[in-house]
Ligand binder design. Structure first.
Ligand code: ZN
Length: 450
């Protein structure tokens, strides 16, 4: 560790957090102990944390005080984690409808956040001080699994102008001291890509952080130009917010010369899980209880695919209790080779963006539709959007060899076979397909051929 990194991680960052009244440093230290607890001990810790969290919420959050009373739920009686399933799921419409009643009457440091962009389902919600400390601590712990500490230079490659807007002056100053360099990669022209690569060469980051698609795209550009980036001393590429495809992992690893650590989480749901060097996707179990539920909201056993629902125990200021992420996943009951007792999320198999639902309710992997398009001649890139159970749109960027009538017949026949005979399939041909931010629509498959 360099002297500067050591200064940052032991003095500067703790001071910054203390000034902001965040308990990040303490939380991270505790987490570094508790990650080695056995799965049973961690469940005991979760139960204890869940109980005090729900008691606190009952006292201070009007929405839940009323809800608990309505279903005669008394958190003081909580003796088993399974009892959490007695509470209803929290979805985005409920948060929208009860935004004010979801705030604790004694909330500390509430900041307003907004996910999503100009279309789809944006969500406004609040994050309090406690949650910030815990989410930052969880990320900090995960970077230390990879030998990277706060203060080590980090290049954040981010694709959303919205996130940039939220960069206030203090944050920019903090980023400067802590050597976090932001690369705004929402525009990926060749000229911009040259600039991003120069920035990365100049920064010589210990860690890259960003969307897998953006990192893979930059890597692909460097490869094309014959630029070597595997000698910069990058220790790890943290990717998040999107599904990580194998070809992206391969490209990032080869070109940047570092392993890729996949993460799963979001501004709304928190720092849910992250990969350790042994490959296990460890859940931040001290703070986050992950359930996998069936379409009726009932918990499913390990090994089965369902929707990921999270309860974030550090959200007493604005609670996320059994929050529907809209993503699909599978829990594992295996123990990771690294020896940490933190439970594992078997690879997030797909966000709902990778699934479609047939008219009869069958959930299909998006690949079943993607393959139809991929096998067609002359398709440059495409995007499939399931607008509703009765309508699916397909956008195709054509190459000269594209045969429109043959292709349309095939798409319509094959899609109806999978989705239902009365589904309306709308096909159009834009000049290009813009990259979506993840999570904007309920069922989107966007797929660009590589
Ligand atoms: Zn592990």
């Amino acid at each position: 560790m360099s002297v500067y990194t050591s200064f940052c991680s032991t003095i500067l960052f703790p001071l910054h957090e203390a000034l902001k009244k965040h308990s990040t440093v303490k939380v991270r230290r505790q987490m570094e102990q508790s990650q080695w607890l056995s799965p049973d001990q961690l469940q005991q810790l979760q139960l204890k944390n869940l109980k005090s969290f729900l008691i606190d919420v009952q006292q201070h959050v009007p929405y839940y005080r009323q809800l608990f009373a309505g279903i005669q739920f008394d958190p003081n009686d909580l003796s088993d984690l399974q009892q959490l399933a007695q509470l209803p799921l929290l979805d985005k419409p409920s948060i929208r409808a009860h935004l004010e009643e979801l705030k604790a009457d004694n909330a500390v440091g509430l900041s307003r956040f907004n996910t999503g962009g100009s279309s789809g389902e944006p969500l406004i919600f609040y994050i309090g001080n406690k949650r910030v400390s815990h989410d930052v601590a969880a990320k900090w712990r995960a970077t230390r699994w990879w030998g990277v500490d706060i203060g080590d230079p980090e290049a954040v490659i981010w694709g959303s102008p919205i996130e940039l807007g939220s960069q206030d002056k203090i944050r920019l100053l903090r980023d400067k001291f802590l050597r976090t360099h932001l690369i705004p990669a929402f525009e990926m022209s060749d000229q911009k890509l040259d600039g991003f690569i120069q920035d990365i060469q100049h920064i010589r980051p210990k860690m890259l952080f960003g969307y897998p698609s953006a990192l893979a795209h930059i890597a692909g550009h460097a490869e094309k130009k014959g630029i070597v980036l595997n000698n910069l001393g990058i220790k790890v590429a943290f990717v998040t917010s999107e599904r990580l495809y194998d070809h992206q992992r391969g490209k990032i690893q080869t070109i940047f010369g570092c392993p890729v650590a996949n993460g799963y989480g979001g501004r709304d749901a928190g720092f849910i899980a992250h990969q350790c060097p042994e490959g296990g996707m460890h859940i931040t179990a001290e703070d986050i209880i992950v359930e996998i539920v069936d379409p009726e909201g009932q918990p499913m056993p390990s090994g089965e695919l369902g929707e990921i629902v999270v309860t974030h125990l550090a959200t007493r200021d604005f609670p996320f209790i059994r929050y529907r992420t809209g993503d699909m996943g599978v829990l594992s009951d295996k123990i990771c080779a690294c020896g940490r007792g933190l439970p594992l999320l078997a690879e997030v198999q797909g966000r709902t963006t990778d699934f479609v639902v047939a008219q009869n309710g069958t959930v299909l992997h998006g690949l079943s539709l993607i393959y139809v398009l991929r096998d067609l001649e002359g398709v440059e890139s495409f995007k499939i959007t399931q607008d509703s159970l009765d309508k699916t749109s397909v956008q195709i960027v054509r190459a000269p060899s594209f045969q429109q009538s043959v292709a349309e017949d095939r798409i319509i026949t094959e899609f109806k076979k999978r989705l239902g005979q009365t589904v309306n399939i709308v096909i159009d041909y834009p000049e290009f397909i813009a990259k979506e931010q993840s999570g904007k629509f309920r069922y989107v498959i966007s797929h660009v051929k590589h």
